[in-house]
Every structure is written in C-alpha cells, then in structure tokens.
Design a protein around this ligand. Sequence first.
Ligand code: GLU
Length: 296
Amino acid sequence: MNNVGRFAPSPSGELHFGSFVTALGSYLQAKSKQGQWLVRIEDLDPPREVVGAADNILFTLDKLGLHWDQDVVYQSSRLAHYEEILNLLIRQQVAYYCDCSRQRIQQLPTHIYDNYCQNRQLTPNSTQSMAVRLKQTFPICCFIDNICQRQRVSQSERLEDFVIRRRDGLFAYNFAVVIDDHEQGITEVVRGADLLPVTAKQLSLYHLFNWHPPSYYHLPLVLNQHKDKLSKQNHAQAININNIKQLIVDGLQFLGQVIPTDWQDANREQLLQWAITHWNIHCVPKNDQILLSTDE
Ligand code: GLU
C-alpha cells in the first residue's frame, strides 16, 4: 500500500514552532517512505478563523520547501458531504439530537456526558438549536500510538456519546477528520500529542464505518516558558522564515533527529533531502510534552 501522510492545520493563525514541527515531522515521515504528503485546511470553525491565515500557512510551507502533493483540500468545501453522512447516521439511529447545555455536563461528577438524550427521541425545531451526538457502539478501551505506545481510555470516556455536530451547527473536528482522512487515503497520521486523547473517539468512528484506520504517531508538544502548549490561541509567535535552514535544524533537533555537522554548507533542498534520508521516527522523544521553547 502506498504511504500517504498529511498536515491538517486549522487556519486560526500563522505557523508557530509547534505547528511547524508537526508539518516537518509528518512531511519527513511520508517522504522517507516515498509516500505522498497532503495538506488539508481544517476551516470548519469560522469564528476561530483568522482572515488570510490559510494562505499564509500555505505560503510559509512553500517557503520552507515543504511542498505538498495533490490539491489542497478545504474542509469548508465539503460541508454538504458531511451533512449527508450525518443525516444517514441520524436516519439509522446511530446518531441523535441532544439539547443538554454545557453547564449540565459540567455539573456531572466526571464532566463527561452521560448519554442523557440517547432515548429522548428529540427532533429539532426552528427555535432551538441542538447538537448531534454519536451513539457509542464501538467503544475503544485502548489503542497503540506508534510514538507514545499503548494508550488506555477510561470507561466513562470510552462510553461517552460524543458530539459530531455542535449546537451552533458546525461540524465537529472528530467527525470531519475521520471522513477526510479516510477519503483522502491517509495511511499515517502524524500530529501533535494534544490530539492523543481524542484519537479513541476517531477510532470508534472508523469501526462504525467499517473503515481501516490509519497508523497514529503523536509528536511531543512544544511548550512555552509557562509550560503551556504553543498555540495560535495563546498567541504563540509565528516562525521566522528569514532563516529557514536554522529553523529546519531546530525542528529536527526537537524531533530527536541527528543533524549533519556541515549543515551550514548545505542549501535548503540538500538539508531537507538529508533529513528525509536520515529520518528515524523511533528517535522522536516519547514524552507527550517536552522542551520549553526559548523563542517566547
Ligand atoms: N486541525 C488540527 C489542528 O490544527 C489538527 C488535526 C489533525 O491533525 O488531526 O490542531
């Protein structure tokens, strides 16, 4: 089977060192296996979107020499398709409407949804917006991540009927990502360890659809000096593309890879080619949160 990897940024800001590391790691993993590397813009959440961010991310990837295969897919162009699948699940009674408020769920002992609406047979009316939840028919108790190893999922989490369309009408990331990864033929998902906890939910969707799941590799997160994950929401500094070779070397170092001693003499292409040839996913640190970024 041909190897297909992907980078799937949400356009909520420019690339920072954390998202750059994810782009670099997923690119090297795919290219080291002579695979394709796709880019998908996950623009499902217009309120969190920053105007121009998608174009800026693509421009930056190009400058970095991380050239993608095939056309970029925008999730915003696939809403009708998600809707069709969602309606099918509702008709098959595998998904149901839920009018529970966030406050109600917060008051539950575990803060995990208790599937309260599962048998209430709610139907939406024009005055009340409702979420749609998936009946958890394929609970996942554990799974293997190829970097972070075996992951256990607590009983309450694995049985939670999770949201596939939010009450504001937006499709949930966990729903769209599975449909897209499957339909784009993704064989390996390399992404940040912040998404490790939701992987079991995504795997339960693969089981429901009877689709073969990709292999997962969750990279360590880059933290700032306050030990928070670098994120667009906490205004992590955008990467500096004036010194691309240094940036690639910093990314490789973060990912535990060997750096060529004469990298200063190489050009961007040679450095990336060297990184592809020497890429070793087993050298990526296993801790799911490491290293403090010095650039903040
Ligand atoms: N869109 C997600 C993000 O930017 C990544 C999704 C994924 O890689 O599965 O954090």
